[in-house]
Design a protein around this ligand. Structure first.
Ligand code: DMJ
Length: 673
């Protein structure tokens, strides 16, 4: 009830409404009493006057309002807290990355901390975005796991969070632009085989990435330790008596020069990296930085300096991320280019890297087919890294030209090619050994390097392997070993160079990359033969060349050795193929065979004062006749492949990400599998 009397009783109080329910109150003193006691009394009286139902309704309303009040207070508090936290986060980001503001704050809830989450998602294990680098000593694994691996999603909520993390991880990956990294190794995932633009690009900064999701590094085993010991022993000899020179002469405690460019040191750089020999690596790096000079009036062989020096520098750049090696690679690469200035564009064999002139050998204008077709992996990679297409253009032209040439026999090539006419010479002789070997190897490897798109390379490779099967394969007696002989003007010769033992590894690599499965069968048969070239010899070491027995004769083994061929140069090919075979089959016998070979190198070629030596007679264990020379490929290839063969870590130079050049220097595959 509204009282008009109260309003009329005194000056109007417009900020106050009195609910006057009865006449007494209206009569009171002055018609209006605002004292606390009066109000309390009056309220109480009125409360008493209410019916029970009215009182219950009012009490219920109060209780309801109280509950609502409590709830809204709590949620406001949360909202306030989150606003405060968000701005703190933003502040933190600003501090860590000055100038960076979060333009689009996340819509989905931020991932909670593991602890907070634990009760809700006990089994959830998600890929985290890659962490920024920390450099580890010793070989680590190169693999970054697929982000979806290890996910065990249980609820829709989990899925949302997982997607969120994937998006995050993807963003980080894109920003870093590199997917593989090991001690700075950098591989860009999106490179295609197209020529890089002619504009010089700065090489990518190395950004080693290791994620928590990476599997633990596989510990080094005893056999690998034995390889490290062998390497150290070889290195000691080189360091003591041949430092900075091409090759060690371990018996005379001196050295020999070929190009005068520290060949052994450069060839061994990436091996030291892979074996985890940090101190040795650092010392060698210093020599490269301070003493390796290419501005020298010296003739070098284009092929040898490409595979050993250019290849060694490029792979060391990839493994270490140290731009010094790329700079040196560019320097030597440029200095080798005059070799391509020939009437046919088929390069000369020799280049004077100081004068910038090139020439064929004194006695001929021919080049060796294997030499002009086994420099491609290196020059193509140099173009990719520098953005200068001239390197790739020059070597691609050679391959294209050879692709069209006549004079092949079912894909098999002769051994020589003329630099004037561009035609094969000395037709009719076909071998997988010296002067032709790595032509076949590089057909396959270029195809893999470029992401399996260059069909002519694959075509030539497949045709050549068919040619091998048709013309060069035979079986020996008594063990029926499958071997690759030679063909000279229609006559088959049961001669096989140790060099041919690269073939099982190459065949296995092709099969691994999706080529015919019977290539793998052939690889298995051939690696057995290559092993027998060691096992059937008195020292357990293979000679340079063997002749197989085609007809069973009592008391004769499969393998015959001519006096002129019984030397061993510490070559890598068999160990190289053992490595591929073990990687692709997991059959431990390949490791055991390699172990036998290492022990025999230690037995017959190790020089006590440091270094290993080539020997003249693998058939005489009591006097193998040391030759007093340690070839650079013993450190660059043989020991490296041994170490990799004994490793059970497929990510230690993952064959889906790296391709080895013919001197065992791993280069990145442009589009990793
Ligand atoms: C190395 O220089 C290379 O492996 C080349 O392809 C063949 N010769 C030696 C090793 O035997």
């Amino acid at each position: 009830m509204y009282s008009g009397a109260a309003a009329a009783a005194g000056p109007p109080r417009r900020d106050f409404i009195s609910v006057t329910l009865g006449p007494e109150e209206a009569v009171g003193v002055g018609g209006y009493n605002n004292s606390k006691a009066w109000r309390r009394r009056s309220c109480w009286r009125k409360w008493k006057q209410l019916s029970r139902l009215q009182r219950s309704v009012i009490l219920f309303l109060f209780a309801f309002l109280a509950v609502c009040g409590v709830i809204s207070y709590t949620s406001m508090g949360e909202a306030w807290k989150s606003i405060t936290n968000k701005s703190l986060d933003e502040q933190r980001t600003e501090q860590e990355i000055p100038g960076l503001k979060l333009a689009n704050p996340a819509v989905l809830p931020a991932p909670q901390k593991a602890d907070a989450n634990h009760g809700d998602y006990p089994e959830l294990s998600l890929q985290k975005p890659p962490k920024l680098p920390h450099v580890r000593r010793g070989p680590s694994n190169l693999q970054i796991r697929a982000p979806w691996r290890d996910m065990r999603l249980k609820t829709r909520h989990d899925t949302i969070r997982a997607v969120e993390e994937l998006v995050e991880a993807d963003k980080v990956e894109k920003t870093e632009k590199s997917i593989i990294s090991w001690r700075g190794a950098v591989i860009e995932p999106d490179q295609s085989t197209e020529l890089p633009s002619s504009k010089i690009k700065e090489p990518e900064k190395p950004s080693p990435v290791e994620t928590e999701d990476q599997k633990e590094p596989v510990p080094i085993n005893e056999r690998q330790l034995a390889v490290i010991e062998a390497f150290r022993h070889a290195w000691k000899g080189y360091k003591d008596f041949a430092w900075g020179h091409d090759e060690l002469k371990p018996l005379s405690k001196s050295y020999s020069e070929w190009f005068g460019l520290g060949l052994t040191l450069i060839d061994a750089l990436d091996t030291m990296w892979i074996l985890g020999l940090k101190e040795e690596f650092e010392e060698a790096r210093k020599w490269v930085a301070n003493d390796l000079v290419f501005d020298k009036n010296v003739d070098v062989n284009l092929f040898e300096s490409t595979i050993r020096i250019l290849g060694g520098l490029l792979s060391t750049y990839h493994l270490s991320g140290d731009s010094l090696f790329l700079e040196k690679a560019k320097d030597i690469g440029n200095r080798l280019m005059p070799a391509f200035k020939t009437p046919s564009k088929i390069p000369y064999s020799d280049v004077n890297i100081g004068r910038g002139t090139a020439h064929p050998p004194r006695w001929t204008s021919d080049s060796t087919v294997a030499e002009v077709t086994s420099i491609q992996l290196e020059f193509r990679e140099l173009s990719r890294l520098t953005g200068d297409e001239k390197f790739q253009k020059a070597v691609d032209e050679v391959m294209k030209h050879v692709h069209t040439l006549s004079g092949k026999n079912d894909g098999l090539v002769p051994m020589f090619i003329n630099t004037n006419s561009g035609q094969f010479t000395h037709l009719g002789v076909y071998t997988l050994g010296a002067r032709a070997d790595s032509y076949y190897e590089y057909l396959l490897k270029q195809w893999i390097q470029g992401g399996k798109k260059e069909n002519e390379l694959l075509e030539d490779y497949m045709r050549a392997i068919e040619g091998v099967k048709k013309h060069l394969l035979q079986r020996s007696e008594p063990k029926k070993l499958t071997f690759v002989g030679e063909l000279a003007h229609g006559h088959f010769s049961a001669k096989m160079d140790h060099l041919v033992c690269f073939l099982p590894g190459t065949l296995a690599l092709g099969a691994h990359n999706g080529l015919a499965a019977d290539h793998m069968k052939l690889a298995e048969a051939l690696i057995e033969t290559c092993y027998q070239m060691y096992a059937q010899v008195e020292t357990g070491l293979s000679p340079e060349i063997v002749h197989f027995n085609l007809h069973g004769q009592k008391g004769h083994k499969d393998v015959e050795i001519k006096p002129a061929d019984r030397h061993n140069l510490l070559r890598p090919e068999t160990v190289e193929s053992l490595f591929y075979m073990y990687r692709f089959t997991g059959d431990k016998k390949y490791q055991d065979w390699g172990w036998e070979i290492l022990q025999n190198f230690n037995r017959y070629t190790r020089v006590p004062t440091g270094g290993y030596t080539s020997i003249n007679n693998v058939q005489n264990p009591s006097n193998p006749e040391p030759r007093d020379k340690m070839e650079s490929f013993f450190l660059g290839e043989t020991l490296k492949y041994m170490f990799l063969l004994f490793s059970d870590d497929i990510d230690l130079i993952n064959l889906d990400k790296y391709i080895f050049n013919t001197e065992a220097h791993p280069l990145p595959i442009w589009v990793p599998a």
